[in-house]
Ligand binder design. Structure first.
Ligand code: MF3
Ligand code: CO
Length: 250
C-alpha cells in the first residue's frame, strides 16, 4: 500500500475539483423536492458537472450506469437513478457525486430531507454529518489513519446506530479510489502515519438500526439488512500540518 502525497500543483487542481463539486451539491440540494424522480436528480447532476467543463467520474465506473448515486431511505449507497422512483415527502435521500477536473477527482455525498421528515430521520442525518467532522479532527500530519476511524466510531456508537463496515472511505487523486482504505469503525492497528499532502475521501455511512447491509440484485444498490434508514456524508479533504482543508465544501 502506498499513499500518494500531492505536490502544490496537484493540490491546486484538487482544490478546484473540490470547489466545483461543492457547487454541484449546493445546486442539487436546492433542487430536491417531493415529486422529483431519482432519474431527474441524476440528469441534473450530470448537466451541472458537464456545464462546468468536468467529467462525471462515477458514470461507467465498474459499469455503474449513472453520474450520481441516489439512495433513498434504507438504501445506503449506490442507488441507481430510475424514472419511476419518485421522491416523496418524508423520505431521506443520499446523493453521492464526483467529478474529474483536469485529471483530478473529487468525491462527496450528502443526505437530504425530502420535504418535512421525522425527528428521528433528521437526527440520523445530523449525527452522520457530525461524525465526519469528529473524524477529521484527527486528520492532520503526525496522527494515524485509524485515529479518524476511531473518532467516527466513538461518536456514532454513543447514539446506538450501526456503522456500515462493508464499505469504507479512500484516498483520492488521479483516480477515484486510491490507497488507503478508510474504515469508519475502530481498528486494532494504527494505520499509516498521516502526512501533509494526502487527499482523502472520508465518508461515514450510518444505519439507524444494525450495521449489516445487503446488495440488491441490480448489482449496485446497497441497503441496510434490517431496512432501517441510512445516511451518508462525505467530503474530499487535504491533510496539512494543521487543520485539514475540506475541499468539497464552499
Ligand atoms: N462515492 C463512491 C465511493 O466513494 C463512489 C461511487 S461508486 C460508483 O466509492 F460506481 F457509483 F461510481
Ligand atoms: Co467516496
Amino acid at each position: 500500500m502506498s499513499v500518494s502525497i500531492k505536490s502544490e500543483r496537484e493540490i491546486g487542481l484538487m482544490r478546484e475539483a473540490g470547489r466545483l463539486l461543492a457547487h454541484v451539491h449546493e445546486e442539487l440540494g436546492k433542487a430536491i423536492r417531493p415529486g422529483m424522480s431519482t432519474w431527474e436528480v441524476d440528469a441534473l447532476g450530470e448537466k451541472l458537472i458537464r456545464d462546468l467543463g468536468c467529467v462525471p467520474n462515477f458514470l461507467h465506473y465498474n459499469g455503474y450506469p449513472a453520474s450520481i448515486c441516489v439512495s433513498v431511505n434504507e438504501e445506503v449507497v449506490h442507488g441507481i437513478p430510475k424514472k419511476n422512483r419518485i421522491l416523496k415527502e418524508g423520505d431521506i435521500v443520499s446523493l453521492d457525486a464526483g467529478l474529474i477536473y483536469k485529471g483530478y477527482h473529487s468525491d462527496a455525498a450528502r443526505t437530504h430531507a425530502v420535504g418535512k421528515i421525522s425527528p428521528e430521520a433528521q437526527k440520523l442525518i445530523d449525527v452522520t454529518r457530525q461524525s465526519f467532522f469528529e473524524g477529521i479532527k484527527m486528520a492532520r500530519e503526525g496522527m494515524h489513519l485509524y485515529d479518524i476511524s476511531a473518532a467516527i466510531d466513538s461518536y456514532v456508537s454513543g447514539f446506538g446506530y450501526g456503522i456500515v463496515r462493508d464499505l469504507v472511505g479512500h484516498g483520492i487523486g488521479t483516480s477515484l479510489h486510491e490507497d488507503p482504505q478508510i474504515p469508519n469503525f475502530r481498528q486494532r492497528k494504527k494505520g499509516v502515519r498521516l502526512q501533509a499532502g494526502m487527499t482523502l475521501a472520508v465518508e461515514p455511512m450510518i444505519n439507524a438500526g444494525g450495521w449489516e447491509v445487503e446488495f440488491l440484485a441490480d448489482g449496485w444498490t446497497t441497503v441496510s439488512r434490517d431496512r432501517s434508514l441510512s445516511a451518508h456524508y462525505e467530503n474530499t479533504i487535504l491533510v496539512t500540518d494543521g487543520e485539514p482543508e475540506i475541499l468539497t465544501l464552499i
